[in-house]
Ligand binder design. Structure first.
Ligand code: CA
Length: 342
């Protein structure tokens, strides 16, 4: 039997070993001026039948990214135990205060939950939930798919993503899972605040971790929802949790996912100063090294010419800036190139 779980302030009635479907809430205490003993309810659905892998599907770690929550909550309502071999844990709104507030950060503690891992059971709301996800949920999980978009801060071409993983067998299994998910692109990357993210926790535990970027700009991306819904089913098919073969045909006629990488720091373009950013390209377009990524405009000044921002690296534009007004140091473009194993 597993070792005793570490103390947590989060309570629930889910029995993760029980066969069948359970729908309920994780109850996280949140003391506030209007309710000292108040709680926050985080939705969770568990569907289990017999032996098989445990797959965790999460959305709403950031509150202004809607495609994942739509896909996960839809599947949570439709998935039946008789269709499952194994266990599926579905959490459509992990950071539910942020989801209800339409913001990346949680309004109750002003934290980005995806920079709070592995969390703290006595910490702020986001730290407490992060700790529960890491220490109570992840030990049960074989495969985690955490669905994101670029949120209000940017746009992304629908894609899965993963880190470079030292273990070659797990690296290959993750590439295979990404191909099965069937987004137009899968991006291997690194170097973005690793260590504090959910993905890092999954990897530390030796589990398979896949992320997504399914759109952004704070709207619902039609194609992102389609890819997200199809991808969740595809992953379950790939792992033998539900019957069927993954459907990976792409709109451009190709049979499957194009594996890409963000090769280094010169794939990121940052705003050198604050201004209104006029981008040149949409995500998914081809860009060239040295070519213009966009112009920063200073419309509050007379006769102040725009400042050109250039790509240091060529390839396909993975992510672009979101809001028109950017601050110095904001990411305005992330460029990916075809994946090569190093
Ligand atoms: Ca995100």
């Amino acid at each position: 039997m597993a070792t005793a779980l570490p103390p947590t302030r989060i309570q629930h009635e889910i029995d993760f070993d029980r066969e069948g479907r359970q729908a309920g809430y994780l109850r996280a205490p949140l003391s506030r001026n209007t309710s000292g003993w108040g709680i926050v309810e985080i939705p969770i659905v568990v569907v289990k039948n017999g032996r098989g892998p445990t797959v965790l599907l999460t959305g709403g770690v950031h509150g202004d990214e809607y495609e994942g929550p739509i896909a996960v909550s839809g599947l949570a309502q439709s998935l039946q135990p008789a269709d499952v071999q194994g266990r599926v844990i579905l959490m459509s709104a992990v950071n539910v205060p942020a989801v209800l507030n339409n913001t990346r950060l949680s309004p109750v503690d002003n934290r980005d939950m995806n920079r709070c891992f592995p969390g703290d059971p006595k910490g702020t709301f986001s730290e407490m939930v992060a700790h529960f996800m890491d220490s109570h949920i992840l030990p049960m999980v074989d495969v985690s798919v955490d669905l994101h978009t670029a949120g209000h801060s940017g746009d992304s071409i629908p894609s899965t993503n993963m880190h470079h993983i030292a273990d070659p067998a797990l690296m290959q299994r993750t590439l295979d899972a990404a191909a099965a998910f069937g987004a137009p692109y899968n991006v291997v990357f690194g170097g973005v605040d690793e260590g504090a993210t959910f993905t890092s926790c999954v990897e530390r535990r030796g589990k398979l971790s896949l992320g997504t970027e399914l759109g952004g700009w704070g709207r619902v991306n039609v194609e992102g929802v389609r890819i997200g819904k199809r991808g969740c089913l595809n992953i379950l098919k790939h792992l033998g949790v539900i019957e069927g073969t993954p459907e990976t045909a792409q709109k451009d006629g190709s049979a499957g996912t194009r594996h890409m990488m963000v090769a280094g720091r010169d794939c990121y373009a940052f705003a050198p100063t604050g201004g209104i950013f006029e981008p040149v390209h949409l995500v998914g377009e081809e860009v060239r090294a040295g070519g213009p990524a966009g112009w920063l405009h200073f419309v509050e000044d007379v006769d102040h010419p725009p400042l050109e921002v250039r790509y240091a690296s060529g390839g396909i534009l993975w992510m672009s800036a979101g809001p028109g007004r950017v601050a110095r140091g904001d990411t305005v473009a992330v460029v990916m190139s075809d994946y090569r194993a190093s």
